[in-house]
Design a protein around this ligand. Structure first.
Ligand code: PLP
Ligand code: ZN
Length: 439
């Protein structure tokens, strides 16, 4: 059925009606209120299938919906995880009844100590997504891709990963009873490799950077080896991406159903940032929040900052870079959604900025010290950038700002292990403690 070697592969017919499964027993895939895939560039509509690029113009495909009326009360009565927003996602109404990791509804922490330190008076919040099942925001998009993989009859869940995604995919597959084979750059932090491998399935380390891994995965999809594989961030990307909308939904619901003034969001491929904007727009359209201006700011690591470089230069497209940074989870040198990130930052009056590795380390310590939240390097990047934006007035301290922490510092201990450790090493005696000068 699938055309070998064709990367875009808009196979309009879902797999359940293809030769690989019995069409007499398979029911039509149910994507809830999602109705089609629409090209973000030219608006061409195609049926919901395992497709990700427009055959007319190669633009990315996105999910389009026909939303019914939906109330705050209906959402609040739902499960205490992302499935409370199921009617706004490409999933069937009974999605919560099937085994999955049930991510979401992570804490929105009112960061008063941090606000005081940074001089913010209008309210500062950290949306702490390290509280997800595999300790990063990636559980959100993966939960959507898992449903799509089931609907299309894929038997193996796969991805190209900068680290957190590999773990999220392997864990989701384990819970769902699917096979998994995930791909990472071989120089990844040990903790991320061990975590991803612990869930079983295959973890394949590729000698190269993320962009090499991604290129390899695109080749696999075109080959018969990958025939029954759902690559969550490649051929299932339109579904996967929708999961990040739930960050927008949760932030607004947790603020008491209103929009914040500013959001600061890390950028790897840019998918999360663009879908948070889409989620905010959903809430406005559905009348679940009152419309008002908001600004979206993007954060990159200086050692991999193609989007902030383009932003500062006033360009609409990026020049790909070779990543060189401790922030490995954001180390994508050629981010797929970069043009849309630039668009959103400019349209909303935000910005894209970057932080050096030292600024990232400082911000990791600052957040831990002020709020008791130990973020991974991506969180350090976002806070490092926030700090700059507040210092130079691009974020008004009198406004309300939400900063995303998208991952857990335990996975990136290497980043600060050299400079952070025991205050003193002593004998178990009072004298020894006194001698250390800590009494
Ligand atoms: C993947 C990742 C991101 C960014 O993801 P994109 O949607 O690709 O921009 C941010 N933070 C962490 C911790 C991640 O793992
Ligand atoms: Zn198109």
């Amino acid at each position: 059925m699938r055309r070998k070697g064709l990367v875009l592969a808009v196979s309009a017919a879902p797999r359940t009606s293809s030769g690989t499964s019995d069409p007499t027993t398979a029911s039509a895939p149910d994507f809830g209120n999602a109705v089609a895939l629409v090209c973000r560039e030219c608006g061409t509509r195609v049926p919901l299938g395992p497709s990700f690029a427009c055959l007319e113009c190669f633009g990315p495909l996105e999910i389009a919906y026909e939303f019914p009326e939906i109330t705050r009360e209906q959402i609040e009565a739902g499960p205490a995880n992302i499935w409370r927003y199921a009617p706004l996602l490409p999933v069937p109404a009974d999605v919560a009844s099937r085994p999955n990791l049930e991510p979401g509804l992570t804490k929105l922490v009112r960061a008063e100590n941090l606000a005081r330190e940074l001089g913010v008076t209008g309210g500062l919040y950290v949306k702490d997504d390290s509280g997800n099942p595999t300790h990063s925001f990636k559980d959100r998009p993966v939960s959507q891709a898992l449903e799509a993989a089931r609907a299309f009859g894929f038997d193996t869940l796969s991805c190209s990963s900068t680290g957190n995604l590999a773990g999220a995919v392997a864990a989701a597959a384990a819970r769902a009873g699917l096979k998994s084979c995930v791909f990472i750059p071989s120089d990844l932090e040990q903790a991320k490799q061990v975590v991803a491998a612990a869930y079983g399935g295959h973890l394949v380390a590729i000698k190269g950077n993320y962009d090499d891994v991604n290129r390899f995965c695109t080749e696999l999809i075109g080959d018969e080896i990958g025939e029954n594989w759902g690559f969550v961030n490649v051929n299932l990307r339109p579904y996967y991406a929708e999961g990040s909308k739930t960050l927008a939904y949760e932030i607004c619901e947790q603020l008491g159903w209103r929009l914040p003034d500013n959001l600061v969001i890390p950028i790897a491929s840019g998918s999360q940032l663009t879908k948070i904007d889409k989620g905010l727009q959903d809430l406005i359209k559905l009348g679940l929040v009152e419309e008002k201006p908001y600004k979206i700011f993007g954060a990159q690591a200086k050692g991999c900052s193609p989007v902030s470089t383009a932003y500062k230069a006033g360009h609409d497209v990026i020049r790909p870079v070779r990543p060189d940074t401790i922030v490995k989870s954001l180390a994508i040198g050629n981010p797929a959604d970069a043009p849309y990130v630039l668009d959103i930052a400019r349209r909303t009056g935000g910005a894209v900025e970057d932080a050096t590795d030292d600024e990232v380390r400082d911000a990791m310590r600052l957040l831990a010290r002020t709020e008791g939240i130990f973020a991974e390097t991506a969180g350090g990047t976002t806070l490092g950038v926030t700090r700059k934006l507040i210092a130079d007035g691009r974020i008004d301290p009198a406004e309300e700002t939400v900063v995303l922490n998208t991952g857990d510092g335990l996975k990136t201990l290497d980043a600060i292990a050299d400079t952070t450790g025991a205050t003193a090493v002593i004998d178990p005696t009072l004298d020894s403690f006194r001698e250390a000068g800590l009494a």
